[in-house]
Design a protein around this ligand. Sequence first.
Ligand code: NAI
Length: 261
Amino acid sequence: MEPYQTLSRSIAGKTAIITGAASGMGRATAQLFAAEGAQVAVTDLRQEACDAVVAEIEAAGVPGKARGWALDVSDEAAIKRVVGDVAESFGGLDIVVNNAGFAIPGDVGEESYEDSWGPTLAVMLSAHQRMIRAALPYLRKSESPRIVNVASTEGLGATPGNSPYVAAKHGVIGLTRGLAVDLGREGITVNCICPGPIRTGITDAIPEEHKQIYAKRRVPLRRYAIPEEVAHMTLSCVLPAASFLTGAVIPVDGGLTIKNA
Ligand code: NAI
């Protein structure tokens, strides 16, 4: 028998770029990765919001380094510039987490449908491939290159009145699978997380009572999750030891998508 091999469960010293990292799951992921010793590029729409997360990370006295970059992921030129800056400042890039997003309804019967469709597809689908393509030259030089795309349980089913978001999130799953196949020969892994109901900026406006009713009716674990519970799954996907995990679509949803009645 071959001797047992110990694979690394550490991202210490790795460099990660996270989009939409000023709030919710992106922020929790930035904090967790820094706590695990990674160098973290905290990117989001506003520089001050990124700097606030960096200050939190520094105040926690964690071993990793963090720095903030303003990045609107609907701006392709900005993606190229920021990804290049991050790789130059931190001396490479190992991990990309495509997380930025928002929720605007898209009622197919309304004139405003296109107003939802355009930004939703730009930020929650096109941006993912643009981030990945901008990062590829650096990921190719990494010893354990990892990509995680944040989709949603809306990538596995559909809530009414939400079809642009549903289309984008189904697209993220397709992009994950397509790129996992294309980049596999280079050892670059591409995986996708499908969060269920999580307490973040996106769900903040839902009244607590509605959250409780929904969770008790639909979620086997009978509650919303906190963003840290998703961040830990993202961490598991980017470990050097996660070297044979690619093209995976992982619900982190308290059982929402497996419950029939
Ligand atoms: P959040 O609102 O707390 O964080 C999203 C962040 O993305 C914000 O800081 C926002 O400024 C940023 N963002 C929005 N547009 C951007 C752009 N154009 N460029 C750069 N950053 C931008 O929300 P949450 O929930 O943490 O969202 C993270 C991801 O999780 C999103 O992709 C969302 O669709 C997804 N998701 C959320 C669920 C939930 O229940 N909260 C469930 C399933 C998926």
